[in-house]
Design a protein around this ligand. Structure first.
Ligand code: LLP
Length: 420
């Protein structure tokens, strides 16, 4: 379900006309639906109600404070991967006992600050990291709560760049080493291993790989003896896929039906880290047509949004549906929708059927709420676009468009380059 629908041939986000937002804030911009965010979060909470999980929204998928606050208001915690993300969680007053911290490369500063903040646990990805957390916790006179991220060596059918659960990937700890750590856990006097964590990849549309990974994890748990005594939490990561084109992903309920029996059997408290499932279809990217160019061989619809604003098509060859904000029955033709960046890889969509649009017409690139704005950059010295949140009939700019002044901030020409 999402709240971007056509009414009288006009695209609406909830009860706001997308074209009205464009008039107010200019283009390009990201637009999010409050109702859709809440609906997706609630779907997970309801489907998994039997185990009453802590749903830690993966903030890397969308870090806008207003989005985070919306989700926190409805009970979400956060999966963070950096100090920047911890700062954002604190800024909106998130409960530290609902924050889990993953990342293969946590720095000393990050570990110290997260420990001081009292997060639920660190998801630890290697032995050297465990040793480092132990050292820092000792110095601070604390006991660090830790979950070991296990690499279950399960392949998930998804894009190569976003699969994480096999030994070819840098993530997690293999099962033999995990067993060894648990056996020797007394060695780490300032660490309490209270959980096990898995995350096998992203945009996974079938429950099967999740089941395989969880089964493997449970078999592993059962094979442990007193080493598992302190383990209270099972963090099953994120990764649930959404519809971009013609996928038929499992619903939250299908997913829950498939794995709840296994989860209940463990008797452990469940943590989940969905990102894309909650926010992916809760956002669109709106861009304006500049030119329709025809080189005799191919047509290019040149728009004002580019790969610096939305990287997924260029980086992963990801498909995002592109629709005109005013629907028309005009004849369509085949064209590539491309941005103004000086790279051939700068496209938002290839081989799309669209009408002969003209300068000023608006397009919506759908399902861009996850890994959209957060992966944008200033490439070609372009200002990052605004983010807007709609709630029913009202909307607010929740991140301002950057200015050219912002882009110069911090840069200097040293005096030795200045001509006398
Ligand atoms: N937990 C951990 C430890 C993760 O690494 C990730 C995502 C998640 C949770 C959330 O996964 P989700 O539920 O969103 O699938 N930029 C890529 C996706 C990278 C995913 C990275 N990790 C894309 O645009 O498709």
């Amino acid at each position: 379900m999402h709240d971007f629908k056509f009414r009288n041939k006009e695209l609406y986000c909830e009860n706001v006309k997308v074209a009205d937002v464009a008039k107010a804030v200019g283009t390009p911009f990201y637009l999010y639906s409050h109702n859709t965010l809440v609906d997706h979060l609630t779907k997970i909470q309801r489907a998994f109600a039997k185990v009453n999980p802590i749903v830690c929204f993966a903030m890397k998928s969308n870090g806008n404070l207003a989005v985070l606050k919306t989700l926190a208001n409805y009970g979400a915690g956060f999966d963070i991967v950096s100090l920047g993300e911890l700062n954002k969680a604190r800024k909106i007053g998130a409960d530290p006992k609902k924050i889990v911290f993953a990342s293969v490369g946590k720095t000393e500063e990050e570990i110290m600050i997260a420990l001081k903040a009292g997060i639920l646990f660190f998801n630890v990805e290697s032995v050297p990291e465990l040793t480092e957390i132990n050292r820092i916790a000792k110095r601070m006179g604390k006991i660090a709560p830790v979950a070991l991220r296990i690499n279950p060596d399960v392949a998930a059918a998804t894009h190569n760049f976003i699969t994480t659960g096999t030994l070819k990937n840098k993530f997690g700890i293999d099962l033999a080493s995990t067993r060894k750590i648990l056996k020797e856990r007394k060695k780490y006097k300032h660490i309490k291993i209270i959980g096990l964590h898995i995350h096998i990849g992203s945009q996974i549309i079938s429950a099967k790989p999740f089941i395989n990974a969880i089964k493997k994890l449970i078999e592993f748990l059962e094979s442990l003896r007193d080493e598992k005594n302190d383990i209270e939490y099972l963090d099953i990561g994120g990764g649930m896929g959404i519809i971009y084109k013609d996928e038929n992903p499992q619903t939250a309920q299908n997913y829950a039906d498939a794995i709840l029996p296994y989860l209940e059997k463990t008797g452990l408290k469940i943590v989940m880290e969905p990102g894309r499932f909650i926010v992916g279809n809760a956002g669109i990217f709106v861009t304006k047509v500049l030119y329709l160019k025809d080189n005799g061989f191919k047509k290019f619809l040149i728009v004002d949004g580019g790969m610096n604003d939305l990287l997924r098509p260029s980086l992963y060859d990801a498909y995002h549906e592109i629709v005109t904000v005013k629907s028309t029955s005009a004849k369509t033709m085949l064209m590539d929708v491309v941005g103004p960046i000086c790279e051939s890889g700068d496209f938002l969509g290839r081989d799309r059927q669209l009408p002969a649009l003209k300068n000023g017409d608006l397009l919506a690139v759908m399902s861009t709420g996850a890994y959209g704005y957060v992966m944008s950059s200033n490439y070609n010295v372009r200002c990052r676009v605004p983010e807007v949140l709609v709630k029913d009939k009202i909307f607010a700019v929740v991140k301002k468009r950057e200015t050219y002044e912002d882009l110069l901030r911090g840069e200097t020409v040293p005096s030795f380059l200045k001509k006398k």
